[in-house]
Structure formats: C-alpha cells, structure tokens
Design a protein around this ligand. Structure first.
Ligand code: CP
Length: 355
C-alpha cells in the first residue's frame, strides 16, 4: 500500500486541493510544456462499471502527458469473469502499471484495491459512495469560472441520496469559508444524514427545498444531477422520481445572469437541450476541465514526493460490516477495518456504521 492513493477527497488538505488546481491551470495555459512529463509511464484503467468521461478523460490525460494506458471497460472481458478476486487482479496489474484508476459498482472497492496495490490507486467511483475526481473536475471548473471556492451559494438538485458526485462536492466545499447550500430534492432522495452532519460540523448554512423554481433565484452555482436509475430497487420507484426536477428555460429565466450551471453528466432529461447554448451552461466545458484536473493529479501522484495523502487510522474490528452494498460482502478475505466517529464504529471501506 502506498501513501499516494486518492480514495476520498476528505483525506486531502485544502492546500493539496489548491495545489492540484494550480497545476491544472498551469497545464491549461501551456499543454505542450507537459507533453513528455509522463514518458514511459503506464496508467491502468479498470472500469467494472460503465463510464464515458472519467475513463476517457483519464486515458486522454495520460496520453497527453506522454504516457500510455492499459485496462478494461468490461470486466466480463477480463479474468474477473472467471472468478478472479479483486486482490489478485490488483496485485497483477500493480506489476504492469505505474498508477491505477478504478471504478466499481460496489462501495469501498477502491479502498480495498489500495490495500493490495504497490502503485497509486485513484477512486473513479465506488457504487453510490464517492467520486473524488469528479469533485476535482467540479472545483477546477468553479475556480476557473467563478474565480473562487468560497463565498458561494450552491444549489444541488436531483438525486442527492445516490449521487456520489454530490456527496464528494458538498464535503469538499464545506471546508472552504462561507459556502452555503440549497439541497433541492424529493424527500425520498434527500442527502444522507452524514452529509448534513458534515455541513453542521463545518458551520455551513443550508436550506432544504422541494422547488427548483424557487431555489434558483439567488444561486451562484446550480449543480444538477440525474436520477440514478441503476441504484433503485425497482423500475416503479425510479419512474416515480425521474421527471420531478427539470431545468428548463422558464426556470432559468428566474436565475441570475452570473449563475453557472454544472452537471457531472451523463444527462438524461433533467436539463432541457435548449439550455445548452446559454452562456451559463458550463457542463460540457466542465468535462474538459476534468481532463486537466486529472492530468494534474497524475503528475502530482507520480512525481511530487511531497504530495502524500495520509490514510485514516483504522483498526481491526470484531464486527463485520453488514452493508449489503459494501465490498466486504463480496471479497471475504478483506480485513474488518474500522474507525471511530462520535463514539460509533464505522466501516473503513464504505463509511457505514457497523456496531
Ligand atoms: N461524470 C461521470 O462520472 O461521467 P462518466 O460516468 O461518463 O464517467
């Protein structure tokens, strides 16, 4: 295990996040200066779940830095289909690649992979849990387009329960001063309580709203998300939620001219296409900022000895995590790693309470 893994952006200081942003901006200003920065290096992209942006922007990032890529985007075309464990896959790939980017539908998988990797592991999304490099994308965009990461009023709208991008974004922006949030969702898809705890712990103001039309009027940033169909137990439950929050021209007319609209993408129907040409609609530009953020991250993890990401102190627990969506339920050899929070024992992989 190295101390160069990006599993959860929480483990990074704001100074480290700012360093990534500065590096990304340097790369944006003069991409040719970085054309050979990773000559001879190999990135492995292990995508156990579909992706367009995260996978291809990581691959493009490495190619633009002069490195190469290997990997799979369908585990059924790899020996995973024959029953190979995560541990064995990671051990083997560690011998081939200099850095690993992994996405998996099960919570805590990137953290589990980092236990067995001899090279840096980057979490590209683990179930409904975390998606830290999307947050890097979002904050590089915010810093470039709004010129700051503080004093922002941010509306987050859609599937706030299952949207891992929203969880990572709120956790990160809560660390910067005087940010406030409007949480716009149905009651069923409201943010998990641990996110409310983080807002309260950081002294962030927040409002809960069920009306996008009302909430939009005084926002600096509107962060739209899709309803995450793949996380629902039944089609009926998804159908009941899917058309409730749609940003259209009529609602956008109520927003300020300097508000920006972000979306991690993919979009389904939650932003009507006639908004795409509005100068406030930055979601396609955001995807490009993500590539620069990932170039910066790869460079810092591979080349900056001072860029160390401390992992949380964990203990071996007597209790096994019983979250059915946790990687410990699938990969039985994993240790029962836990940490303590407010007197509760939490799973180190999925952050759910286990005592
Ligand atoms: N935003 C995002 O993670 O997109 P992909 O699922 O296409 O990677």
């Amino acid at each position: 295990m190295t101390n160069k893994n990006l599993i959860d952006l929480e483990a990074m200081s704001t100074e480290q996040i700012d360093k990534i942003i500065r590096k990304a901006k340097k790369i944006m200003q003069s991409p040719p200066d970085f054309r050979h920065a990773c000559d001879g290096k190999i990135l492995a992209t292990l995508f156990y779940e579909p992706s367009t942006r995260t996978q291809m922007s990581f691959q493009t990032a490495m190619l633009k830095l002069g490195g190469r890529t290997i990997g799979f985007d369908n585990p059924m075309n790899s020996s995973v289909s024959k029953g190979e464990s995560l541990k064995d896959t990671i051990k083997v790939i560690s011998g081939y690649a200099d850095i690993i980017a992994i996405r998996h539908p099960v919570e805590g998988t990137a953290m589990a992979a980092s236990l067995y990797a001899d090279v840096p592991v980057i979490n590209c999304g683990d179930g409904g849990h975390l998606h830290p490099t999307q947050t890097l994308t979002d904050i590089v965009t915010l810093s470039s387009e709004k010129g700051r990461l503080d004093n922002l009023k941010i509306g987050v709208c859609g599937d706030l329960l299952n949207g891992r991008t929203v969880h990572s974004l709120i956790k990160t922006l809560a660390k910067y001063s005087n940010n406030s949030f409007v949480l716009i969702s149905t009651e069923e898809l409201s943010v998990p309580l641990y996110i409310i705890d983080i807002l309260e712990k950081n002294g962030c103001k927040y409002e809960i709203s069920n009306s996008l039309a009302d909430a939009i009027v005084d926002l600096d940033v509107l962060y739209m998300t899709r309803i995450q169909r793949e996380r629902f137990k039944s089609t009926e439950e998804y159908e009941a939620q899917k058309n409730i929050f749609v940003l259209d021209k009529e609602k956008l007319d109520k927003a300020r001219q300097d508000m920006i609209i972000l979306h991690p993408l993919p979009r389904v129907n939650e932003i009507t296409v006639d908004i795409d040409d509005d100068p406030r609609a930055l979601y396609f530009k955001q995807a490009q900022y993500g590539m620069y953020g990932r170039m910066a991250l790869i460079l810092l993890l591979l080349q900056d000895e001072d860029f160390v990401i401390e992992s949380r102190e964990a203990n071996i627990s007597d209790h096994k995590c019983n979250n059915p969506k946790c990687i410990t339920q699938q990969e039985e050899y994993l240790p029962n790693l836990s940490y303590e929070k407010k007197g509760m024992i939490m799973c180190d992989f999925c952050d759910k309470r286990i005592d």
